[in-house]
Design a protein around this ligand. Structure first.
Ligand code: LMR
Length: 399
């Protein structure tokens, strides 16, 4: 049977994580995966997370199954984090939220739910987007298409082109996949005004947005980064959010996240939840419990919440400092490329205008790892390695 299987290419992001871990170069620098690292180059567990985990484990009495939808307290806390307390959609009982294994799990449920509701729909994705978006939606048998988003050359969102394509080509019932904040891979986000204009178009055309919220807290702040979600949820009949706790709670391998489906009225909730539960049951049965228990332990206690928010802000500010310093050093060390665009972008990522041979040379000669697309994650930069990194990138650009 297995002789029919072909060999598939490695995942471009996770294979880089492994390659970096296996590299013995003591001076290696990881600008690959979107994993927060501190000034010592380690991916830390936040103190608030460690504290909550210790507290939770000391009172944990059972490892019995949970429900398919996960922990109701976690789901309620996540709704508040995403939508803000007392959002009109919550008050109208129009949100159905289920715990999922990370945001990949949430996107998987979203894709399968869409395929069950409207198998003929096309899922429109930003060009470029996170590679795995295509794989997840295609696996549900859905048609995918790209809308223009990041214009290389201008290093910014081409919002007019984005609107024009969606307006002229998307059909009623089609899905638009959006990044809630800190666009992955470009770091270029929609402004508040653009979120509002997009909402008007989506409403007029009868499109359904799916918002992937993986980096809340790393752009402008935890509340500010939820602007698009909250605005759309106030003005649209239907919306799906898939959220991750990997980055802002440093829970990567704990696979913690949720899906929140906004329906046009509260009576659809029963059907939606039953379908989502059936999809989850046929795949992973129930979501992993540990990460969700940590998150709810933090979010149900105001002083733990404050401690966590402070740590998220520390991560955000460190990333911003690395972004600002890299831009300044690249401006100073070479004259060919104007790197000031890096300052208009936010979150963990931006593109560098490098060719594949330049990217390979940076890795082989300098131990600097980045995706073949030229996406860098600022998380691997430290005060100690930023000068060396800027020298190597500036030299590559000047070749
Ligand atoms: C990334 O884009 O680097 C992260 O979201 C990690 C992943 O799962 O791809």
């Amino acid at each position: 049977m297995f002789e029919t299987l072909s060999l598939l290419p490695d995942d471009p992001i996770l294979s880089l994580v492994t390659a970096f871990q296996q590299d013995n170069n003591r001076h290696k620098i990881d600008l690959g995966a979107g994993v927060y690292k501190d000034e010592t180059g380690t991916a830390p567990i936040l103190n608030s997370v460690k504290d909550a985990e210790n507290r939770y484990l000391s009172v944990q009495k059972t490892k019995n199954y949970t429900g398919i939808a996960g922990d109701p307290d976690f789901n309620r806390c996540m709704e508040n984090l995403l939508f803000g307390n007392q959002h009109p959609a919550q008050q109208a009982q129009r949100l159905s939220t289920l715990q999922t294994p990370g945001s990949s799990g949430g996107l998987y449920l979203a894709a399968q739910l869409i395929a069950r509701s409207n198998p003929k729909t096309t899922v429109w994705m930003s060009n470029p987007t996170w590679d795995n978006h295509y794989a997840i939606f295609a696996a549900a048998g859905l048609r995918t298409a790209a809308y223009p988003y990041y214009r290389i050359g201008q290093q910014a969102v081409d919002f007019a082109e984005m609107l024009e394509t969606l307006n002229s080509q998307a059909q009623a019932g089609d899905v638009v996949l959006l990044h809630g904040c800190c666009h992955n891979p470009s770091g270029s986000d929609l402004s508040a005004q653009q979120w509002r204009e997009l909402t008007t178009l989506v409403l007029a055309k009868g499109l359904v947005p799916v918002i992937d919220q993986a980096y809340q807290g790393f752009g402008q702040g935890l509340q500010e980064d939820a602007y698009g979600i909250r605005y759309m949820a106030e003005h649209l009949p239907e919306l799906i959010i898939s959220a991750s706790c990997s980055k802002n709670f440093t829970l990567y391998r704990e696979r913690t996240g949720c899906i929140s489906v906004l329906s046009s009225n509260s009576s659809q909730k029963l059907q939606i939840v039953s379908q989502l539960q059936a999809i989850a049951r046929s795949c992973y049965s129930i979501p992993p419990a540990n990460g969700a228990a940590i998150v709810k332990t933090i979010l149900m206690d105001s002083s733990s919440t404050q401690a966590w928010q402070d740590e998220v802000e520390t991560m955000r500010l460190r990333l911003l400092a690395m972004r600002t310093q890299l831009a300044a050093q690249l401006q100073q060390k070479q004259q060919r490329v104007d790197f000031s665009y890096l300052l208009k972008q936010q979150g963990m990522f931006s593109f560098l205008p490098l060719s594949t041979p330049q990217i390979t040379a940076l890795r082989e000669q300098h131990g600097i790892y980045m995706l073949v697309s030229g996406r860098i994650s600022f998380t691997g930069l430290t005060t100690a390695n930023i000068g060396y990194t800027a020298d190597a990138i500036a030299a590559a650009v000047m070749q």
